[in-house]
Write a protein that binds this ligand. Structure first.
Ligand SMILES: CC(C)(COP(=O)(O)OP(=O)(O)OC[C@H]1O[C@@H](n2cnc3c(N)ncnc32)[C@H](O)[C@@H]1OP(=O)(O)O)[C@@H](O)C(=O)NCCC(=O)NCCS
Length: 176
């Protein structure tokens, strides 16, 4: 199975959510049962990378996906050096809420491609609505290694997970 060129918005009728398996049940359940509902409810947007060819059911397999939503952090969670330049009210950020690759493609560079596309997407949104940073709450140690490889730094504990962040100024250096 090979993948298409572009990430597109998740479609219930075009994308085969049931066959997605990244090896992490929480993310599998999210794409199968919650991602579309969350889009309908207006609380997050999910972009998927479909397979190049349809499956026997005429739907396209999901090779990778990411979900994003606006969020905010408190300045107190940031390193002092950064915090002192910021106001005391909530600081707008983009939350990279989910990112996963079908296990058939693990280790083939698709995680990297997905993360870069997600950062690019958020960088484009940032032209219309500013955010200070991109944050991600990582699922397991393996995911932490993945994100820190790309420059994410530890921010704080959040709902029992570790929250990582990447300042938008760093993202800017990637795309300008
Ligand atoms: C984490 C995940 C997205 C990585 O996807 P992938 O396609 O296997 O990753 P890639 O092949 O693009 O690897 C990109 C880089 O990250 C590194 N990397 C990938 N997985 C890693 C891991 N588990 N631990 C450490 N490094 C890892 C690779 O070595 C590679 O580094 P390189 O560019 O120096 O060679 C994928 O394993 C996955 O979907 N896991 C389950 C869901 C999950 O945990 N998502 C994170 C949610 S918080």
């Amino acid at each position: 199975m090979s993948w298409a060129n572009e990430f597109v918005e998740l479609s219930k009728s075009r994308h085969d959510r049931n066959s997605f398996d990244c090896g992490e049940s929480e993310l599998n359940v999210f794409i199968k049962t919650q991602a579309y509902k969350h889009m309908q409810a207006g609380i997050s947007r999910t972009l998927v990378l479909p397979s190049a060819q349809p499956l026997l059911n005429q739907k396209y397999a999901i090779c990778a996906f990411y979900s994003v939503t606006p969020s905010s952090i408190s300045r107190e969670t940031l390193p002092l050096q950064l915090a002192k330049k910021l106001p005391r009210y909530p600081i707008p950020v983009f939350l990279l809420a989910q990112l996963a690759v079908h296990k058939e493609f693990h280790g083939a560079g698709l995680g990297k491609v997905s993360l870069i596309r997600a950062l690019r997407y958020l960088w484009d949104v940032n032209h219309h609505m500013k955010a200070y940073a991109i944050v991600v709450d990582y699922l397991n140690d393996s995911a932490q290694h993945f994100y820190t490889k790309f420059g994410f730094e530890v921010l704080c504990d959040h709902n029992g997970r570790t929250r990582l962040f990447l300042p938008m100024k760093t993202v800017e250096q990637l795309f300008t």
